[in-house]
Design a protein around this ligand. Structure first.
Ligand SMILES: *Cc1c(COP(=O)(O)O)cnc(C)c1O
Length: 454
């Protein structure tokens, strides 16, 4: 198979259909359609086998930060690969993983200083859940085995992560394999479960949460939350102050607060971490997607000394955290993650982001008058536009109509790649997106929505 560039696009398409099972994809449809094959990346653009360019509107599944093939990151990776490609953290320490943990400890919320590495968001959350439970065991409270979760939450696709999630269409099939959780209402104000309206509700959903906690506190290990933004649930943005009040409830009832910053971490919300907006320090925090700038799989579950120290003891006490992954702390991924942190500083990325967030807000306002736009939600440089069949009644499009998918197919024809969440159109570009790229992204999505819905 020498010289892969001699393989024709047709051949690649054939092999893809014959051998690659794509995630979250109905393969019967996939095999029927002609698929785009990406071979190159440049800044915010993906380039296919025919040389056609697509603006990467979802930052390659919410991971990309500084653009594709950014020279400094490429160089850091090349330099590291000539020094050490991988060495295990099971029984050995390795340079890059140490430096990265120390650097991250400086920017994570205060006190979150202990880093347990893994490779993806789901494993970071599995680790968080197991860590929280074993912590309770070490405190002599093994009966505290349950978790408080939120409706519409998404924490990944492994069984523990699915168990603490709350998206029915993804999760129902696996119900018999999952553990039960205590599910609180999501602050999904456009479709409030409690029938409230955001202007006047005073966050009544928090009362439901408190009641749930009050009734069960003695059996609960922790509460799991996506701070500020429920991403995969449909870009659902929490009211200001919600997160802080959740932290207060966790304190009052002595629950560990587990913050899933897998999607929100590394600048997406306009701060390095979403928790920073409300000066919240979770007890356990999961980070992944943006950590290595979209280059390589890397994740960490970060915790405070209170949790870490509960695991200390003599070998025979069996207080060890019995969990680990083969590629934990991979040096290549860590080297890129370190260079990415440099670029945050060098490019003044968080400051540069603020006018872009404002520009996105302004651009989104143009969607408000469209006849099938029900709700527009934004959190930093992430947004969701929820399309509805009937705007006055808020009637959703039946999911079988694949409205979101059809809009994205139209966008593709116009040079934008996006991936919807049901009927919600997603905007989640790399953080380095330029003004003109952002404008194009919005213009194309607006046109595509119009073509499909009007
Ligand atoms: C993507 C995501 C995950 C899962 O991450 P994977 O790397 O896909 O396993 C977990 N939590 C949140 C909030 C996410 O957005």
């Amino acid at each position: 198979m020498a010289g892969t560039n001699l393989i024709t696009t047709e051949q690649l398409r054939l092999w893809d259909k014959r051998h690659v099972w794509h995630p979250f994809t109905q393969m019967q449809e996939w095999e029927r359609d002609t698929q785009i094959i990406i071979v190159k990346g440049e800044g915010c653009w993906l380039i296919d086998t025919d040389g056609k360019r697509y603006l990467d509107g979802v930052a390659s599944m919410w991971t990309n930060v500084h653009g594709h093939c950014r020279r400094e990151l490429n160089d850091a990776l090349k330099e590291q690969v000539d020094r050490l490609e991988h060495s295990t953290l099971l029984g050995l320490a390795s340079e890059q993983s140490i430096i990265l943990a120390a650097r991250l400890a400086e920017i994570t919320p205060p006190g979150l200083d202990r880093f347990f590495y893994s490779d993806n968001g789901s494993t970071a959350m599995e680790v968080a859940v197991k860590m929280a439970y074993q912590y309770q065991v070490h405190l002599g409270r093994p009966e505290r085995s349950r978790f408080i979760t939120f409706k519409n939450a998404y924490h990944g696709d492994t069984l523990g992560a699915v168990s603490v999630g709350g998206i029915e269409i993804y999760h129902t099939t696996f119900k018999p394999l999952m553990f039960e959780t205590l599910q609180a209402p999501a602050p999904y104000c456009y479709r409030c479960e409690l029938g409230c309206s955001r202007d006047s509700c005073n966050m009544k959903c928090l009362d439901s949460l408190e009641t749930l906690i009050e009734r069960n506190a003695g059996q609960v290990a922790g509460l799991v939350i996506e701070p500020l933004l429920q991403g995969a649930g449909g870009m659902i943005v929490q009211p200001a102050g919600f997160l802080k009040r959740v932290r207060e409830l966790c304190d009052r009832y002595d629950l560990l607060m587990i913050a899933d910053e897998v999607a929100t971490g590394f600048g997406r919300t306009g701060e390095m971490f979403a928790c920073n907006h409300e000066s919240v320090v979770p007890d356990i925090m999961a980070i992944s997607k943006g950590i290595a700038a979209g280059y390589l799989p890397l994740a960490a579950t970060v915790t405070v000394d209170k949790v870490y120290s509960a695991f200390l003891g003599e070998y025979a006490e069996l207080k060890t955290f019995f969990h680990g992954h083969t590629f934990t702390g991979n040096p290549l991924a860590c080297a890129v993650a370190l260079k990415s942190l440099d670029l945050f500083q060098q490019d003044n990325l968080l400051e540069e982001l603020q006018p872009k967030i404002a520009r996105l807000k302004q651009g989104l306002a143009d969607f408000a008058s469209m006849s099938h736009v029900g709700d527009i939600r934004q959190c930093g440089l992430a947004a969701g536009i929820e399309l509805v069949e009937d705007r006055d009644a808020g009637t959703p499009y039946p999911w079988e109509q694949k409205i979101g998918i059809r809009v994205c197919q139209e966008a593709r024809k116009r040079g934008v790649f996006s991936r919807p969440l049901g009927n919600t159109i997603v905007i989640f570009p790399p953080l380095v997106v330029s003004d003109s790229e952002l404008d194009m992204l919005l213009r194309v999505l607006q046109e595509s929505i119009r073509v499909v819905t009007e």
